[in-house]
Design a protein around this ligand. Structure first.
Ligand code: BEZ
Length: 238
């Protein structure tokens, strides 16, 4: 819970909540979020400010992964409290001038929202005054095709996000949904997945004696099964 300047209370969205809806101006025109992206996964993320180095490295990393996100039926939407002309000038500078880690001529095709009023940033708990009251922290909201928030990440101003982890979380969420399984620590495609615990202890014990060679039970509450990388990629359209 967060109190804003007018002393009204902003309830920060949580995992499992419906993504708050808004209309905003962006570098790709006006967007209605999330309704413009029906049937898609959405990654709504914020950055503190245009024309800053960490944010530039992050935008180039998002740009590099654009085809991967598209294959995963996922729309990226960025946001900062800067205005539209600043966004346009910054993205043009990135494309025309920045050559970083082999990435250059990087065109950012996903919408970048202007949020001068901070309305959207406040709605999503992206303004965290202990870190900064004048800019958004580095937030990432993973929102599923039913517009439900499935994962939230917050990073501070001085730390760029880990794009392997962003991609891992997206693939893991989609795999969990498609195969009805859960993911163990550090899961990556090709690793074993967790078979949800059966309703009763008796059923679970029976499962431990299963002859299914793809299944392995460490105890009645902890069973895994094989799920090949190929099967995951085929299902997710990768
Ligand atoms: C950056 O993106 O480099 C940055 C932005 C705000 C505060 C500190 C760093």
């Amino acid at each position: 819970m967060e109190t804003n300047n007018n002393n009204t209370v902003n309830v920060m969205p949580r995992i499992g909540d419906k993504a708050p809806a808004f209309v905003a101006k962006s570098t790709q025109g006006e967007i209605n979020f999330p309704s413009d992206y029906k049937g898609m996964w959405k990654i709504l993320f914020s950055h503190p400010a245009d024309f800053t180095p960490v944010c530039t490295s992050e935008f180039m990393s998002f740009g590099k992964l654009a085809d991967e996100f598209e294959r995963l039926n996922t729309q990226l939407v960025g946001l900062s409290v800067d205005g539209l002309y600043s966004h346009i000038a910054w993205l043009r500078t990135i494309k025309e001038k920045i050559d970083w880690k082999g990435m250059k001529d990087m065109e950012i095709k996903f919408p970048l929202i202007e949020d001068i009023t901070m309305n959207v940033a406040k709605m999503y708990g992206m303004i965290q005054p202990g870190e900064s009251s004048t800019s958004a922290v580095r937030a990432v909201f993973f929102i599923d095709p039913f517009d439900k928030i499935r994962t939230i990440m917050y990073y501070p101003l001085a730390l760029g996000r880990n794009f392997d982890e962003i991609m891992r979380v997206l693939v893991a969420l989609q795999t969990a949904d498609n195969f009805g399984v859960a993911m163990p620590a550090d899961w990556r495609p090709g690793d074993e997945v967790i078979v949800p615990t059966a309703g009763s202890c008796g059923v679970a014990k029976e499962r431990m004696q299963s002859s299914d060679e793809d299944m392995h039970c460490y105890d009645w509450f902890f069973c895994t099964k094989k799920l090949s990388k190929e099967k995951v990629e085929e299902k997710l359209g990768k």
